[in-house]
Design a binder for this molecule. Sequence first.
Ligand SMILES: Cc1cc2nc3c(=O)[nH]c(=O)nc-3n(C[C@H](O)[C@H](O)[C@H](O)COP(=O)(O)O)c2cc1C
Length: 191
Amino acid sequence: MINVAIIIGSTRPGRKGEAVAGWVHDRAVKRGDARFEVVDLAEFALPPLDEPMPAITGRYTRPHTRTWAAKIASFDAFVFVTPEYNHSAPGPLKNAIDFLYAEWTNKAVGFVGYGSAGGSRAIEHLRLVVSCLQVAHVSAQVELSLFTDFEDFTAFRPAERHENTLTTLLDQVIAWSSALKVLRTGEHHAA
Ligand SMILES: Cc1cc2nc3c(=O)[nH]c(=O)nc-3n(C[C@H](O)[C@H](O)[C@H](O)COP(=O)(O)O)c2cc1C
């Protein structure tokens, strides 16, 4: 079965990201066709990238890198839950992506964004970033508005229509991650 990480992309105290990731997880676990786990970036406490060698070399030296790498390696696919900070993704999320390479590659990702414009600009930037890592990013994306999906800009009350988009996103992520399995296992070399 495909293992999917729902990654909380914000780390600040009082973040909305936890509620959004919880909503994704609650809906996702009802499917039964994949396993889902919330991965909280804040728990990994990654410093600004401090590895001497680029991640593509796989030569990790720091214990926090190895812990993060083992976690991400255990998944086949990802849902990035991202706010928009200054028209882009939060620095800690970009940093956490930069720490690794092979652990992301040949997997699938979908994006759930939130912000005044649904987090769409953060998502567009993340699409460029994950392209560099050979991650297959699906087209369906959930865009949650601070104006209409958060009561008084605070309590998360997503409009019903987002559930359909989330279902499509998860369908696509699971399908692409399953299709890419031959690359992750190296079976295509034998064919
Ligand atoms: C540093 C910073 C920059 C922000 N810039 C934007 C922005 O460019 N566009 C936007 O829609 N919202 C922006 N916001 C608002 C965030 O989308 C909103 O505060 C959201 O709740 C942040 O996610 P979080 O609560 O999970 O940290 C910004 C917030 C912060 C903290």
